[in-house]
Structure formats: C-alpha cells, structure tokens
Design a protein around this ligand. Structure first.
Ligand SMILES: *Cc1c(COP(=O)(O)O)cnc(C)c1O
Length: 437
C-alpha cells in the first residue's frame, strides 16, 4: 500500500491490522461495531499547532480559525478551544454547539450567505468576535440590530475576487458567478464598504475571501491576495479604509488518494505571508493580520471510516461489486462531487492484491458508490474495509436516507478511545415523530 496514506499515528501492526492512535482498528470494530468513524486526535492537534506555528515562526499576527462545517460536534469544539484556535460557524446550529462547548466568544466568526434574524441575534447575544458579512441584506440587518441594541460589532466583508482555484466546479466559490460575497469587479464590494463604514456600531476590520477547496497550488491564493490588497490601497486613498485583517479563507488540500499531492502546511502559509508582505510593501500599506480558515486540512486525513464487508456481485468480465454496510449516508462526497477515496482491508492490510472491486454502499440508489476499481485481496464477509481521509465532510454531511442511523464517532489517542458521538438508534430516528392514529 501507499505508505503516505498512513498519516499521523496510523500504521500496520504485527497482526497485519491497521492501527490508529495506538489502537488496533479491529478491536475498535469489536467494541463499537460498523460503520465507524475514527479520528486520530493527536494528528488534529498537530495540524492545528503547525498552522499556528507557521505564523509564529515568521512573527506574523494571525488567527487560524477551524472551519467547523467540516466536522462539527461538541468534542471537536472543545478540542479546538483547548488548542486556542478560532472557530468559523455558518449556522445557528453550529453556533449553539460552540456555545455548549463554552467556546471563547471573541474567537467565533460567523459565516453564511443567508443568516436569519434569530441567528444574527443569537450571535449578538453571545457577542462573537466578528461577522463575515456576505451581502447587503445581512449588512442592513446587522446595522439595525446593532443600533437597536447599542452594541458594537466587528465585521469582515466577504468579497469574490474573481479568482478560480483549480478544483471541482461545484466547490469553487471564488469566481464572479457565485452565490457568496460582494463582487470586487462590479462595484458592489465598494458600495458595501461605503455603507458599512458609515454604520455607527459596525467596525470593518478587513476583507475576506475563500477561493475554493482542496487546493494544491499557491497561485490562486497569491492572485486573490494581490487583488484584495491593491483594492484596499485604492479604498484607503478614496475613503480612508484600513485593511487590518486579511482573511484568505481555507481550502488547503489533503491526500485522499495516491494521486493527490498536497503541499506541506508551512509551504502554504509561507507563501501567503510572502505574498502579503510583498504586495503591501509594494503599495505601501501596513502589514495586516492574516487570518485563515482551514477545515478539511485539520480533520480530513485524521479520520478514517471502518465498514464491514457484505454482499458481492461478480459480473464476469465487467465488474466486481463489493458492498459495505454504509455508503452515501455516511459519505456523500463521491456521489455529490465525484470525490475519490481509497481504502484497505483493515484486518489484512498487506495481503497480496488479487482482485479489483468497486465499493458499493447499501442505499437504494445506483449512485451510491464509494470507490471505483479498488485493488484488494480477495474479500469476504469477515473483512473490514478502512477508507482513508474521511474526517472532513463525512459525518458533517451524513444523512438518514433509507432510515440508516448515523454511525458513531470515536476519538483515539495514545491507546485510548473516546466515544465522541454515539451511534444513532432506530428510536433516535423516530424521536421527533408523532403517531397519526
Ligand atoms: C468551507 C469553507 C472553508 C473551509 O474549507 P476547507 O476546504 O475545508 O479548508 C473555509 N472558509 C469558508 C468561507 C468556507 O466556506
């Protein structure tokens, strides 16, 4: 197997089993059943520290905010708070969970393109660190509420710089034709800034952009930084705008399969810093704080999913389908984005490869395919399939389609396992339902 997929504490132990956090995955399966999400928590912490250290080493003022839509739950919020990370939330539900985790309010940044009144009020009540304002509708509401409450609030304006990161088109949000943010090129961003700077309780700290996801090159970030800084220079001269915070979003890539070649974290960060330093020097603006928002790159490759192998459909000369006991309900990314994953048989990792299987989920949907053409040893129903890099947008996007309960989430570290989220029961599935007769 490709050893580069064994990130963090993952390894193959003497029993030829996949091990994570010092624990044999097969013993986790015996204890918790399948499907099962497992997070190598020391790796999450390590990544968080690497992002922060990359800025500290260069003595750059920065905030590293965990984009928590990638994986949101009480325990991960508690972990991120302990690591002194900032936190992005995009909904009242994520905010509520952060509040339950006693997340330091000033470290919370609120995103989203259609924040409701109730969500805005909840965030004002908790007195979060900033709103990332997406549109005129939100800006006006925020103006009204802050005036009514005589409450100051910091904001960043989310702008679309018209830069396209090289990635799947469904997850590209930086181009002009996007539902997010104020367009930099058509004057709307400038108009929003003019309005916001006149609002009595609103402090515009700076600008935000997010140019895409699963980005492997630094050019997109550099282009976006250039545009935002040059534009800020014009706005500084025309209306006295000071760019104190430049938030360049997230999107740092991870390895899902052997084809992916992500940059080391410090390379992404050093490049961001170099670019901000060089362009601000060029246009003679002070160095702003740099904020980033990694989601996937903090939790993605720290997570694996374990499944029990089940039925097979062998179509001679066509394809071998191998079904597992989960699928699009616990990982919708292959169906939604054509995302690629790879995996191994966790109970005999290094056995010789004999077959090629396409891994099918158990949902009544032909599109419920997890992996196409995966080379594996000859599999049978005692085997456990481990799929790598499922820590981001897996549990977070899980559904109950076909009334399949969501799997539990286990954190592992130093030989200990912690049940972060219990397995849903059938009764849980019905807890909101009322009998008609
Ligand atoms: C989704 C998102 C992120 C995180 O993206 P990743 O690819 O998971 O790093 C960061 N910022 C914003 C605004 C986002 O929408």
């Amino acid at each position: 197997m490709d050893e580069r997929l064994l990130t963090g504490t993952m390894k193959i132990n003497k029993a030829n089993h996949l091990e994570i956090g010092g624990i044999d995955t097969i013993s986790l399966v015996e204890k918790y059943g399948t499907p099962l999400y497992v997070y190598d928590i020391s790796q999450v912490k390590h990544k968080a520290q690497m992002f922060k250290k990359a800025f500290q080493d260069r003595k750059i003022k920065a905030q590293v905010a965990y984009a928590s839509k990638a994986f949101s739950c009480l325990a991960i919020y508690q972990l991120m708070a302990k690591e002194e990370m900032s936190l992005d939330v995009v909904s009242g539900g994520e905010l509520f969970t952060a509040i339950q985790a006693d997340y330091p309010s000033k470290k919370i940044h609120f995103h989203g393109n259609n924040k409701s009144d109730a969500e805005i009020i909840a965030a004002l009540d908790y007195n979060i660190g900033c709103f990332v304002v997406d549109n005129f509708y939100e800006l006006e509401k925020l103006n009204q509420y802050t005036k009514q409450r005589k409450q100051n609030m910091s904001i960043l304006l989310r702008v679309t710089p018209g830069v396209e990161a090289h990635t799947h088109e469904y997850i590209t949000t930086g181009q002009t034709d996007s539902k997010f943010g104020f367009d930099l090129n058509n004057g709307q961003a400038q108009q929003a800034l003019q309005l916001a700077m006149q609002m009595p309780y609103i402090d515009v700290m700076g600008l935000h952009c997010h140019i895409g996801s699963q980005i492997f090159e630094t050019e997109g970030f550099s282009l976006a930084i250039d545009k935002l800084v040059m534009q800020s220079k014009e706005w500084h001269e025309a209306m006295g705008f000071d760019l104190r915070v430049l938030n360049v979003g997230g999107g740092f890539g991870i390895r899902y399969t052997s084809e992916d070649e992500p940059l080391p974290i410090e390379d992404y960060i050093n490049n961001l810093i170099d670019e901000v330093q060089s362009v601000t020097t060029k246009v003679q603006l002070p160095m702003p704080e740099i904020w980033i928002e990694p989601g996937r790159s903090l939790v993605g490759d720290a997570g694996i999913t374990l499944y029990q192998v089940g039925s097979q459909k062998i179509i001679p000369d066509v394809r071998n389908y191998l079904a597992i006991d989960g699928g699009m309900t616990d990982n919708i990314r292959p169906a939604l984005y054509d995302a690629k994953y790879t995996g191994v048989l966790a109970n005999r990792v290094e056995d010789a490869v004999e077959e090629t299987y396409s891994i099918a989920g158990k949902c009544c949907e032909s599109g419920d395919m997890l992996i196409w053409d995966l080379p594996l040893p000859k599999a049978d129903d005692k085997d456990v399939l481990a799929v790598f890099s499922t820590g981001a947008y897996g549990y977070a996007m899980a559904s109950n389609y076909n009334r399949i309960p969501r799997p539990p989430v286990i954190f592992v570290e130093n030989g200990k396992d912690f049940l972060a989220i219990k397995r849903e029961s059938y009764a849980d599935l019905m807890r909101l339902e009322r009998s008609l007769y």
